[in-house]
Design a protein around this ligand. Structure first.
Ligand code: GLY
Length: 383
């Protein structure tokens, strides 16, 4: 078989991506008819909301609320499980690294009852940035610490440094690095065999054939579509007190020092104990430009439902691109919201994942954690 250069591989992939995005439709997007929240009763307290990757961890947070615990303890207990999980490659330990192969984490917290906030950005070697963000809130007169200063602060509070780059994430980063250019010295030279064989050689020995196939398919996916995973978690207790947190390893292969929406109060997270809470996952740059979570909370203050409020923020994102679906297809963005009465909502820029599954978010209403469909601003999926 004819060998592929890295550039051929990249351009071929790009061409198919552009073909998939060819259905250009002009004009203002209309929100898709929302099918409801899957029969889940609305307006129940206590209640927790999370991005879909928080589903299995919500039991832990809800147990805290049911014992009368604080909403900030509940959301942090939830996301700490995901930060510790090496298999979630968008958060904490095991998160995909920056372009230098270094994992840099961002996180924020807001505590409704005391109206305080804390955050860290570009934090290295500490797997629970959300816990450090809480300490910034509780043990400093600041709101946001970044980079080496945030690391020194974490160490001062007893956090231990560790290598956050798992074998799986390191292998994906190396494959990405080698796929970027024919004009640098990364990877075998011009006489290299095809990409698939080269990447397969990066994998550790001892994997079964299905494991190798799964690993290779995942690497291909994260090279072509660098993830912006993230977990957001919001909680309201039986008295109507709210808290939230957002934590992430950010955009895979980002330039070192890039900060997304997650640690920015008002963008990836906002809580107003009089109104409600909101958060975001997906492409942080777009969320920052519309001050997303703050916009959602302000829309709820003006009387919109949580779902309507999320859709309004997404409308503003679409407007920033003149509602050009071809460019909007290049990313995804989701908002999650919870009001003081325990009414929840979530909305996604695109209704489906690239694999065709509906975009969903997780809730726990005290009986069980479950996934519910997001409302969608646009029909279809990102490219
Ligand atoms: N929303 C996560 C990020 O863009 O970093």
């Amino acid at each position: 078989m004819k060998g592929w250069t890295r550039r051929q591989f990249f351009l071929t992939s790009l061409a198919s991506g552009l073909a998939a995005a060819a259905g250009r439709v002009l004009g203002a997007p209309e929100a898709q008819a929302f099918q409801g929240t899957g029969g889940v009763p609305q307006g129940k307290r206590p209640l927790m909301v999370a991005s879909a990757n928080g589903l299995r961890a919500l039991d832990r947070g809800m147990a805290i609320l049911q014992q009368g615990g604080d909403t900030l303890d509940a959301v942090l207990a939830t996301v700490n499980l995901v930060e510790d999980d090496p298999n979630d490659t968008s958060v904490g330990y095991g998160g995909l690294p920056n372009e230098d192969g270094v994992v840099e984490l961002d996180a924020s917290v807001m505590h409704g009852p005391t109206r305080r906030a804390g955050a860290v950005a570009s934090l290295r070697e500490i797997k629970n940035p959300s816990r450090v963000a809480r300490l910034v809130m509780e043990r400093t007169d600041h709101v946001l610490l970044v980079g080496p200063g945030a690391l020194r602060f974490a160490e001062a509070h007893g956090f231990e440094r560790q290598n956050l780059l798992t074998e799986r994430a390191r292998t994906a980063w190396l494959a990405w690095k080698e796929s970027m250019s024919d004009r640098d010295s990364w990877g075998p030279g011009l006489d290299s065999p095809e990409w698939r064989e080269r990447t397969a050689r990066l994998l550790p020995a001892g994997l079964s054939e299905p494991e190798r196939e799964e690993w290779l398919a995942w690497i291909r996916e994260v090279i072509l579509h660098p993830p912006t995973g993230t977990i957001n978690c919001l909680a309201v207790d039986s008295r109507g007190n709210l808290s939230g947190t957002t934590t992430t390893s950010g955009l895979a292969w980002k330039i070192a020092g890039r900060v997304g929406d997650s640690p920015l109060i008002g963008a990836g997270l906002y809580v107003d104990n009089d109104v409600g809470a909101a958060g975001s996952t997906g492409r942080g740059e777009e969320c920052i430009k519309v001050n997303g979570a703050h916009t959602v909370v302000e829309m709820m203050r003006q009387g919109k439902t949580p779902t309507e409020a999320c859709l309004e923020a997404l409308h503003r994102v679409a407007r920033n691109y003149g509602n050009d679906r071809t460019r909007l297809r290049r990313f995804h963005l989701l908002f999650y919201a919870l009001n003081k009465d325990g009414v929840h909502g979530g909305a996604s820029l695109w209704g489906a994942t690239r694999g065709g599954r509906p975009r969903q978010y997780a809730i726990h209403d005290g009986t069980a954690a479950r996934l519910v469909d997001c409302a969608a601003l646009l029909e279809g999926a990102e490219a």
